[in-house]
Design a protein around this ligand. Structure first.
Ligand code: ADP
Length: 500
């Protein structure tokens, strides 16, 4: 196992023990992978920062079996007792927030200010579900016959698996692990190969918080090898995935054989609709946020911007001016707003989308090429004269590119917005309250931002419809994904029954 030296970020960790280069299975740090190693690199430089063990399928089986063994004792605690452990985890994440943010910058590349924001967002799920652990409620009501009652218990699903993406290395884990643990489930997390260090630091903090061995494990390895174990092992009762629609479909297929419950947060193709009557200044700011957060690498990021004819040219000019002023650089550089893309393939996809648009008649108002820094840095780009058929409109670009499409009326833009297999998020900007109700109702998405580009928080139900997913995360509903109902038909409990 090698850890190369002088990686900015690692040197600056206040608590160096948070840099873990081992998987965490059943309360033990596993340094030897039976399937070799995975390599983690820094997207800003392309250089390897460390290697981690690639666990074999058999090693992952051990993690699942440990979660199964740990489950009875964990579910036997009261909600309040589990809440106390989660609360402590929240406090430790907050205390070590700066270190977590640095790890995120090193392996994911986002600007430090955004990494700090992500840590606060990640911690908010742990705090929220610590509170919700105390509020798990069943139901009791009259049966059709007066001699009985219906009693509905809420019970933890059991052993759960989380498979998480690289773009929010902390938050995508806590959004799953916190409700799972709050509900009394145990969980095996498989973080993305690109960003396991944040996941392992979170596991370290969970251990310090008193999460018992086996209740939360983090396995590292090659997805194609260990994925089938996570989806196929009959001890696993639920899989929660965030990632691409393509992989989501595969995991659903693989889980079908053992009929697992599934939560899927998949790809998006979010439309942003700006009407003539919008507050233009607010709409420009909202589009900038919805698009450029996380360098454009967000599943709810605005992917295509529809601007009504009356303000189109003025709006495009304002966006181009703001976009050209964005600072591109390494996440640790002062004032940076756009970091590198995660890997070479991501940068190539963005370039391909821009080239396709240009070849089909779009004009580049600003940007349009690999950034002067080279590597995985791409210039923030505004395109106009974009049409429905182009790749930038049809596919998730996942980069700092804003394609603008001009529209004439509401019916036309709603049809265009819905013309996709995806249904995660949409945004609209208008001052007309009637239009807000009408358009929000007509949009086929799980979430709609209205006069804002910022929709994610722990109290709201996050999730998509159509091929963007199944289930919701966060909010009072998030914990239900980790609970089963058990119905008791209790004869003799009703108002009309007499004591024997
Ligand atoms: P992205 O396109 O954002 O990288 P992916 O859907 O490829 O998203 O990856 C999201 C997560 O799914 C990652 O943790 C990745 O390792 C995992 N993954 C990818 N392919 C598989 C697979 N065949 N089986 C299990 N997990 C997988």
């Amino acid at each position: 196992m090698t850890t190369t030296t002088h990686v900015p970020g690692f040197d600056m960790l206040e608590d160096r023990s948070l840099l873990r280069t081992a998987a965490y299975v059943d309360g033990t740090w596993v340094t030897a992978g039976e399937s070799g190693v995975i390599s983690v690199d820094n997207p800003a430089t392309g250089q390897e920062i460390c290697e981690l063990p690639a666990l074999s399928r058999a090693q992952v089986t051990l993690a699942i079996e440990a979660a199964h063994r740990a489950h009875p004792a964990w579910r036997a605690l009261s909600g309040k007792e589990r809440a106390q452990v989660l609360r402590r985890w929240f406090e430790l994440i907050t205390e070590h927030g700066e270190d977590l943010a640095r790890l995120i910058v090193v392996e994911e590349g986002k600007p430090l200010a955004e990494a700090r924001g992500e840590v606060a967002y990640a911690a908010s799920f742990v705090e929220w579900f610590a509170e919700e652990a105390k509020r798990i409620r069943g139901e009791i009501f009259d049966a059709p016959r007066a001699s009985g009652r219906v009693v509905v218990l809420k019970e933890p699903v059991g052993v759960c698996v989380a498979i998480t993406p690289w773009n929010f290395p902390a938050a995508m884990i806590t959004r799953k692990a916190a409700p799972a643990l709050a509900a009394g489930c145990t969980m095996v997390v498989k973080p993305a190969e690109q960003t396991p260090l944040t996941a392992l630091a979170l596991a370290d903090l969970a251990e310090r918080a008193g999460v018992p061995a086996g209740v939360l494990s983090v396995v590292t390895g090659h997805a194609s090898e260990i994925g089938p174990e996570l989806t196929g092992n009959p001890l696993v009762r639920k899989i929660s995935f965030t990632g691409s629609t393509e992989v989501g479909r595969l995991l659903l297929e693989q889980s079908a054989a053992t009929v697992k419950k599934a939560s899927m947060e998949l790809g998006g193709n979010a439309p942003i609709i700006v009407f003539d009557d919008a507050d233009v200044e607010n709409a420009v700011a909202g589009v900038m946020t919805a698009k450029y957060r996380n360098s454009g690498e967000s599943c709810i990021g605005g992917n295509r911007v529809y601007v009504q004819s009356g303000i189109h040219d003025e709006f495009a000019a304002a966006l181009a001016e703001r976009t050209a002023a964005l600072r591109v650089g390494e996440g640790f550089d002062e004032g940076v707003q756009i970091g590198p893309l995660i890997d070479a393939a991501a940068a190539a996809k963005v370039a391909e989308h821009v080239a396709d648009a240009a070849a089909n008649g779009a004009r580049v108002l600003t940007g349009g090429a690999t950034h002067a820094r080279g590597g995985r840095f791409f210039e923030p780009t505004v395109l106009v004269d974009v049409t429905q058929g182009m790749l930038v409109t049809r596919e998730e670009t996942f980069g700092p590119v804003l394609p603008l499409l001009e529209f004439r009326d509401e019916a036309e833009v709603v049809a265009w917005a819905n013309d996709t297999e995806y249904g995660l998020a949409a945004y609209l900007f208008t001052k007309d309250a009637e239009r807000i109700w009408r358009v929000a109702a007509a949009l086929e998405t799980g979430m709609v931002g209205i006069n804002t580009g910022l929709i994610s928080n722990e109290v709201a139900p996050f999730g998509g419809i159509k091929q963007s997913g199944l289930g919701r995360e966060g909010s009072v509903h998030g914990i239900e994904e980790y609970l089963e109902m058990k119905y008791l038909a209790w004869e003799g409990s009703g108002a009309a029954s007499r004591p024997a």
